[in-house]
Design a protein around this ligand. Structure first.
Ligand code: DX5
Ligand code: ZN
Length: 212
């Protein structure tokens, strides 16, 4: 299982230090939450910040676009050289086109689902994506409580992945901690995003190890 700390809960005035620390402390991926104040009621950071982050870490960058019109950012992200991009099903009308475009830029393409969106929405285009990001909180903020409804969605998705014989990864985002991590593992999680659990822990290395 890969651990992807979300820098949303890090100390933004010491971002370089924070990212280098999680890299040294065993993180596999850096999760970057881009919010536009429209799709979600919060603002974070955008392309100029991601461009600078690219220069200071070799870890794969996983960009979670919580924005309206996510298609506007794919070219920039390809140019920056990020490894993963997820777009929300709820914010794109032409999801198949968007996923295909992301893949054509040699970026792993993911679709993110809000807690209330059923996984069945993705079945017609499951073969076209590289990963699914299941939200286990309502997107917009770090530090919220984990929603166990995600387990049932993971089981359904896993079944479909087996049926279609796909190698799709499942990423879980929101409220992940050392108590639910083993259960998420049993339900087939490949990537766990953890924001506050890692960055508010005081010992990043121990926090990442305990999730693994
Ligand atoms: C929420 C973001 C998450 C968030 C997770 O909208 O997508 O990535 O940073 O934070 P925690 O782990 O604190 O729930
Ligand atoms: Zn996220």
């Amino acid at each position: 299982m890969k651990i992807a700390p979300s820098i949303l809960s890090s100390n933004f005035v010491r971002l370089e230090e924070e990212i280098k620390k999680i890299e040294k402390d065993g993180a596999d991926i850096v999760h970057l939450d881009v919010m536009d104040g429209h799709f979600v009621p919060n603002l974070t950071f955008g392309m100029p910040v991601i461009k600078q982050i690219r220069k200071i870490t070799k870890l794969p960058l996983d960009v979670h676009l919580m924005v309206q019109n996510p298609e506007n950012y794919i070219n920039d992200l390809a140019q920056i050289g990020v490894e993963y991009v997820s777009v929300h099903q709820e914010s794109s009308v032409h999801l198949h086109r968007l996923v295909t475009e992301i893949k054509s830029k040699n970026i792993k393409a993911g679709v993110a689902l809000n807690p209330s969106t059923p996984v069945e929405m993705l079945y017609p285009i499951l073969k076209d994506m590289d990963f699914v990001l299941l939200m286990s909180v309502n997107p917009g903020f770090g530090g919220q409580s984990f929603l166990p409804l995600v387990y049932d969605k993971m089981d359904k998705l896993q079944k479909k992945i087996n049926e279609y014989n796909l190698s799709l990864e499942i990423e879980i985002d929101g409220g992940v901690n050392s108590e639910n991590a083993p259960i998420l593992g049993k339900h087939g999680a490949d990537i766990l995003v953890a924001g506050s659990y890692v960055f508010k822990s005081g010992d990043y290395s121990q926090a990442i190890r305990s999730l693994k």
